[in-house]
Design a protein around this ligand. Structure first.
Ligand code: KIV
Length: 262
C-alpha cells in the first residue's frame, strides 16, 4: 500500500494491516509478507534496546533503524515514529526531526497526541510530510497516565478523544492509530472520520490493525498486553534451537562434513 492508497481509502472497502519493523531482517519479513504497511515504532526503545518505556527513544536512536528498515522494505508505505517530545518544541524543531526521519528513508511520520501540537501537525503536512496520528494509550505519556491503562473510558474522556481525532483529521493526518481504547469508542471514531483508523487493542471495528512484530512473533516477553495475539512462539522456539546448537557442539554432532570445507 502506498500513501496514495491511504488518501483514496474508502470506508469498508478493505482492512489495512500494519506491523512494526526495526532492522533489515524484520523489514525483509514484512516485505515478503502480505502486510500493507510498515512502522518503525518507537517501541524499539523497549523491544530492541530493552528500556522500560518508549520515552527513551531519541532521533539518534530512531534514524539508523529507519535506514536499515528502508533497505529491506521496497514497496510498502514506511512510517517512522517521531520520538518523545520531538514535536513539542515548536514547528521548526518538528520539521527538523521529521526531516531526519524522511531523509533516513521513511515516507511518513507518526506522532502521538493532538492537544498543544495541532499546529505542528498541520505545518508538517503543509511542508509535504504525511502524518499519521496516534491517540488513546499513547505510550510516550505513560508517566502521565500512571501506567499502561485503557484510555477513553467514561463519557468525558470519550468525547475528548473523538474531538482530538477530528482535530488530527482536520490538521491533515492521512490515518490515525487508536491504541487501547474500548471497542465501542474506537468504532464510533472510525465511523466519524474519513481517514482510516488503525487499531491496536481497539477491537474489530476499526479500518485495520497494527501489532508490534516481536509481540506478534512471540519474541518479547517483558509485557504481554491482552490485545496481542501471538502467531508464533518465537522466543521458546529460539531458545530450543540455541540449546540444540549447544548440545550438538558439545556432543560433537556439529559441524558435519556439509558444514566444513575440504
Ligand atoms: O511504537 C509502536 O510500535 C507503535 C505501535 C504499537 C502502534 O506506536
Amino acid at each position: 500500500m502506498k500513501i496514495s492508497d491511504f488518501y483514496a481509502y474508502r470506508k469498508g472497502a478493505r482492512k489495512i494491516s500494519m506491523v512494526t519493523a526495526y532492522d533489515y531482517v524484520t523489514a525483509r519479513l514484512a516485505q515478503e509478507s502480505a502486510v500493507d504497511c510498515v512502522l518503525v515504532g518507537d517501541s524499539l526503545a523497549m523491544v530492541v534496546h530493552g528500556y522500560p518505556s518508549t520515552t527513551a527513544a531519541t532521533l539518534e536512536m530512531m534514524v539508523p533503524h529507519v535506514a536499515a528498515v528502508r533497505r529491506g522494505v521496497k514497496d510498502k508505505l514506511l512510517v517512522a515514529d517521531m520520538p518523545f517530545l520531538s514535536f513539542r518544541k515548536g514547528k521548526a524543531a518538528a520539521v527538523e526531526a521529521a526531516g531526519r526521519l524522511i531523509q533516513a528513508g521513511a515516507e511518513a511520520v507518526k506522532l502521538e497526541g493532538a492537544r498543544g501540537h495541532e499546529d505542528a501537525v498541520a505545518h508538517l503536512v503543509q511542508s509535504g510530510v504525511p502524518v499519521m496520528g496516534h491517540l488513546g494509550l499513547t505510550p510516550q505519556s505513560v508517566n502521565a497516565f500512571g501506567g499502561y491503562k485503557v484510555q477513553g473510558r467514561g463519557a468525558k474522556a470519550a468525547r475528548e478523544m473523538l474531538r482530538d481525532a477530528k482535530t488530527l483529521e482536520a490538521a491533515g493526518c492521512f490515518a490515525l492509530v487508536l491504541e487501547c481504547v474500548p471497542e465501542a469508542l474506537a468504532a464510533k471514531i472510525a465511523r466519524a472520520l474519513r481517514i482510516p483508523v488503525i487499531g491496536i487493542g481497539a477491537g474489530p471495528k476499526t479500518d485495520g490493525q497494527v501489532l508490534v512484530i516481536y509481540d506478534l512473533l512471540g519474541f518479547y516477553r517483558d509485557l504481554s498486553p491482552r490485545f496481542n495475539k501471538k502467531y508464533l512462539e518465537g522466543y521458546a522456539l529460539s531458545v530450543k534451537a540455541l540449546n540444540r546448537f549447544d548440545a550438538e557442539t558439545k556432543g560433537g554432532q556439529f559441524p558435519r562434513k556439509e558444514h566444513s570445507y575440504s
